[in-house]
Design a protein around this ligand. Structure first.
Ligand SMILES: [Zn+2]
Length: 317
């Protein structure tokens, strides 16, 4: 039986795995990306990771790959990737097909995480869902009628750049007040640092030995769990903005489920509580009826599982 190879290309790590036709994992590896080595260097690392999980009989049905950045999933071209210096219009799919001699499919990492949660995780059996990953940035993906929705140019599903505060802080995308600019990990840490600098007291100051630059969303979550008021407020505010975005998405798509993952979502109820409250506060009952908001189920391998689903779909199985 032919197997599938899944690859998840990140700014710091490349993960690769081999799955049987029954979608059971047979091998897995991860290597540092060494992004500073540029496009050729990273492609060499991808090749090495894939060779490590390649089956001895060489029978591979397809390769699926999750890659960062805005990319053209139809042609498998990465337009650019903030965490991968030098990556500009890299024809990743063609390179995979030429290098390994099998069909290859490439998708945006957040979109494929949505597909992974839909096929194997929190969204199993749900036809319409929106996935959000809250970490260094905010990414997402939309599944409509059981299929990944990417829009005509393959750039859709970018829920992190929905505006939730029209005159809000600048976002890396060039706009202002995007969800990512007010509710991502760095945005949460920035808000806390600004409040402390303006005179608010917080246990976070001691937690980072007085060096405010060391405050990240992780420290904020830990402090919040230990009862720190400022940290709790910061998560509450992020949860509020996420809730605001969900209400817009409910009007637009009327999904049955929101799946929320990413490192910041590990804050649990301290983040999900205000998300639920905001949705209850703002969305009409008829929209809220039948919609669930659930934490992601798949953890670190979500990108691999999404890439697996993409590969299976790509060859029509
Ligand atoms: Zn933005």
């Amino acid at each position: 039986m032919a197997c599938y190879i899944a690859v998840d290309l990140g700014g710091t790590q490349i993960r690769a795995a081999r799955y049987g036709a029954d979608q059971v994992r047979q091998a897995r590896t991860s290597l540092p990306t060494l992004a500073e080595k540029g496009v050729e260097g990273v492609l060499a690392r991808i090749e090495r990771a894939v060779r490590e999980v390649w089956p001895s009989d060489g029978r591979v049905a397809a390769i699926g790959m999750a890659a960062p950045g805005p990319l053209d999933s139809r042609r498998g071209v990465v337009h650019f990737a903030p965490n991968l210096p030098g990556w500009e219009d890299v024809p990743l799919r063609d390179w995979l097909q030429e290098t390994f001699g099998v069909p290859a499919f490439v998708g945006n990492d957040a979109n494929l995480a949505a597909l992974g949660e839909h096929r194997f995780g929190a969204g199993r059996g749900v036809n319409d869902l929106v996935y959000l990953t809250i970490s260094t940035g905010i990414g997402g993906g939309v599944i409509l009628d059981g299929r990944l929705f990417e829009g005509g140019g393959g750039l859709g599903g970018e829920v992190g750049h929905i505006t939730v505060e029209a005159e809000g802080p600048p976002c890396l995308c060039g706009s202002r007040g995007c969800l990512e600019a007010v509710a991502s990990g760095p945005a949460i840490a920035r808000a806390v640092r600004a409040a402390i600098a303006a005179g608010r007291s917080s246990s976070l100051v001691d937690r980072v030995g007085g060096d405010l630059s060391r405050i990240t969303a992780r420290e904020v979550s830990e402090a919040a769990r230990d009862g720190d008021d400022l940290a709790r407020e910061a998560l509450r505010r992020a949860g509020f903005y996420i809730g605001v975005a969900l209400v817009s998405l409910m009007y637009l798509l009327n999904p049955a489920l929101f799946v929320i993952g990413g490192s910041v979502a590990k804050a649990g109820d301290l983040l999900f509580g205000p998300i639920h409250e905001t949705v209850e506060d703002r969305a009409p009952e008829v929209y809220r009826r039948g919609v669930s908001i659930r934490p992601a189920a798949l953890g670190d391998d979500v990108g691999l599982l999404g890439a697996l689903a993409l590969a299976c779909d790509g060859v029509g199985e």
